[in-house]
Design a protein around this ligand. Structure first.
Ligand code: FAD
Length: 140
């Protein structure tokens, strides 16, 4: 039975893995205890639990991370500076929502996010300081 990092259970956007290590260890302990009482219990019960409670949502986190890290400069204007995204990620890390729900919220709010991002871009360009700010934040 693999748990935590060994099971690939770290959140791909921030690299947070402690929560996932503890949660998967608790699920492993639960299955081990059940297995002691019911010898017919298959170890696949653990994988199923991990998939249902953890892997599924981490898949959405991977999609979001792929987008953010593929286009870091655009993501800065369209996502990182956007309160819907920033607070959405905080809510996920607090366990108040899931990455799946966050992604759905982002899709629902995409026109607003795009518009705010464009305004951020425009104000950065007109202030004539995009390269300094962005290259400091995202050095190559
Ligand atoms: C620099 C850094 C900063 C991080 N910051 C954060 C953070 O702020 N928040 C967050 O949530 N996560 C953070 N993480 C990720 C987090 O540390 C890991 O996701 C988490 O510790 C995974 O826990 P784990 O129990 O799976 O593995 P580990 O914590 O790596 O524990 C595995 C243990 O097994 C031991 N071990 C290995 N092989 C053997 C062996 N053959 N026999 C016996 N023992 C063995 C190791 O020595 C180790 O003690 C950070 C990681 C790094 C590298």
């Amino acid at each position: 039975m693999l748990t935590g990092d060994a099971a690939g259970l770290a959140e791909p956007m921030t690299g947070e893995g402690i929560y996932y290590a503890i949660k998967s260890a608790k699920l492993a302990a639960r299955i081990i205890c059940q297995g002691l009482e019911d010898v017919s219990l298959e170890l696949s019960a653990y994988s199923e639990l991990i998939n249902a409670q953890m892997t599924r949502d981490l898949k959405y986190a991977r999609q979001l991370a792929a987008l953010l890290y593929r286009f870091p400069k655009l993501s800065f204007h369209f996502f990182v500076r956007n309160p819907i995204v920033r607070w959405g990620v905080v809510d996920v890390l607090y366990g108040d929502t899931t990455f799946e729900q966050l992604l759905r919220k982002l899709v629902r709010n995409s026109p607003r996010i795009l518009l705010t991002g464009l305004l951020h871009l425009q104000s950065t360009v007109s202030a004539n300081m995009p390269h300094e700010t962005e290259s400091q934040l995202f050095p190559d």
